[in-house]
Design a protein around this ligand. Structure first.
Ligand code: NAD
Length: 436
């Protein structure tokens, strides 16, 4: 089939590449000329494991092309995916301007029947809005489908190629048939394509993300409580997670959820509730708890240094909002760096993939190291904010030698407390007793 993808970010590029991988003829359109130039030269503009291999394979096979022209995109695809940003607006709602402006332009350019697919995460009622905007510009027949994306950054290729489910929201049989044909190769093992109305599909995505954010946040509160009463959250986590009704995943406590999805999606669902005269009390609490959790290490650091961290130097390991991505949107590390800089601290950072994005954000205000150990040279303490695998078994002797004093604040519980006692570190983690 001929497919166009408008917006070639984390979702759009993975969507386009994986659809090319199953034999479709895909044109990816992006407004960012620099990005399109890079992709045309065979360079993947984001870090996403395994993407480069299928990206290059499909470019060579002439099934994957790139353009800055929306006109070309509208002409090319029988199905046109909108994978555009829906960032948080000032009032917490999802900013639909990217989606609706693209819809208007598509309406003007339409020459034959097309299926326009909302792949972006959009509030309930957006498919109707997109339909209305396009209808104002054209009499040509078209359908709008809601097809929310559930991929996870860091596992995006696998998630797209082997989805647990595909949700398609549409009231048009013609559009549903085309979408089923497109997705059939991805569900050969029997995972479902779930067909529903547009509004339910739109809400499914928000409900899933808000639920997961709530699960993480609940566990963070349990961890904070563990510290007050001398319980160990790791033991509680295992005890709880073995109950199949609860499950083992998303129970790891830490310094809050971040990223380009959970924070904005929880807020957007909360705002949608307010707009419909419904107060999502639970989401209200999740937002508040997570805001505090992102900086939960700061008061401990201050307390350790007797409220005097001005001029102190902190090494930070991990800047991306989670491992296996270069995405720093809403990353807890970013909030911590800002806070520590405001308090007059010096910051040395290292991340395996996110350094360039952090350089764009902080410039000369912080120092960047080429490897994890160099960050710690003459630092007063090490702070861990992302659980990259390479941080899991460090050379503690080297660390001890580099740091001014053996102090680690670990926002991701990478090490056993008992081991840190043996290694002779002051070690503060989440929901467990400190090692002194
Ligand atoms: N990132 C994720 O893990 C993820 C997962 C599921 C759903 N989503 C949702 O998917 C959507 C896209 O997210 P993303 O992370 O891929 O965003 P992104 O910011 O990485 O990518 C968006 C792309 O759209 C391009 N763009 C902006 N305006 C454009 C225009 N008018 N025409 C063409 N291109 C334009 C940008 O240059 C950028 O490359 C959002 O709604 C997000 O909530 C994201």
């Amino acid at each position: 089939m001929k497919i166009s993808v408008i917006g070639t970010g984390y979702v759009g590029l993975v969507t386009g590449t994986c659809l090319a991988e199953t034999g479709n003829d895909v044109l990816c359109v992006d407004i960012d000329k620099g990005k399109v130039d890079k992709m045309q030269k065979g360079q993947v503009p984001i870090y996403e494991p395994h993407l480069d291999i299928i990206f290059n394979r499909n470019i060579k096979a002439n099934r994957l092309k790139f353009s800055t022209s929306l006109k070309d995109g509208v002409e090319h695809g029988d199905i046109i995916f909108l994978a555009l940003p829906t960032p948080e607006d000032d009032d917490g709602s999802a900013d639909l301007s990217y989606v609706l402006e693209a819809a208007k332009d598509i309406g003007r350019l339409l020459k034959s029947y097309k299926v326009i697919v909302d792949k972006s995460t959009v509030p309930v009622g957006t498919a109707d809005k997109v339909t209305e905007v396009i209808s104002k510009e054209t009499d040509i027949e078209f359908d709008v489908v809601s097809n929310p994306e559930f991929l996870r950054e860091g596992f995006a290729v696998d998630d797209f190629l082997k989805p647990e489910r595909i949700v398609i929201g549409s009231s048009s049989n013609r559009a549903i048939e085309l979408m089923e044909k497109l997705y059939k190769p991805f569900v050969r093992s029997g995972n479902p394509i779930i067909i529903m109305d547009e509004r339910s599909a739109e809400l499914t995505k928000y409900a899933a993300n808000a639920f997961l954010a709530t699960k993480i946040t609940f566990m963070n509160e349990i961890a904070n409580f563990c510290e007050k009463v001398g319980a160990d959250v790791d033991k509680v986590r295992v005890g709880m997670g073995t109950d199949s009704r609860i499950g083992k995943r998303f129970l790891f406590p830490g310094i809050g959820y971040g990223g380009s999805c959970f924070p904005k999606d929880v807020k957007a669902l909360h705002k949608s509730g307010q707009d419909a005269n419904y107060n999502f009390n639970i989401l209200d609490a999740v937002i508040k708890v997570n805001d505090v959790q992102k900086k939960v290490l700061i008061p401990r650091i201050e307390s350790y240094f007797n409220q005097d961290i001005k001029g102190k130097t902190f090494a930070i390991w991990g800047l991306a909002f989670k491992p296996e991505t270069d995405d720093i949107r809403e990353a807890p590390a970013i909030y911590m760096i800002e806070d520590l800089l405001n308090r007059g601290a010096n910051i040395n950072v290292f991340d395996p993939e996110a350094m360039d994005n952090v350089k764009n954000r902080f410039g000369e205000a912080i120092r960047y190291s080429n490897n994890m150990y160099d960050t710690t040279i003459d630092a007063d303490a090490l702070i861990i904010s992302t659980e990259w695998s390479i941080f899991r078994t460090p050379n503690f002797a080297k660390l001890k030698n580099n740091l001014k004093q053996p102090v680690i604040f670990d926002g991701r519980n990478l090490y056993e407390v008992e081991d840190m006692v043996k290694e002779g570190f002051y070690y503060s983690s989440i929901g467990r007793k400190d090692a002194n």
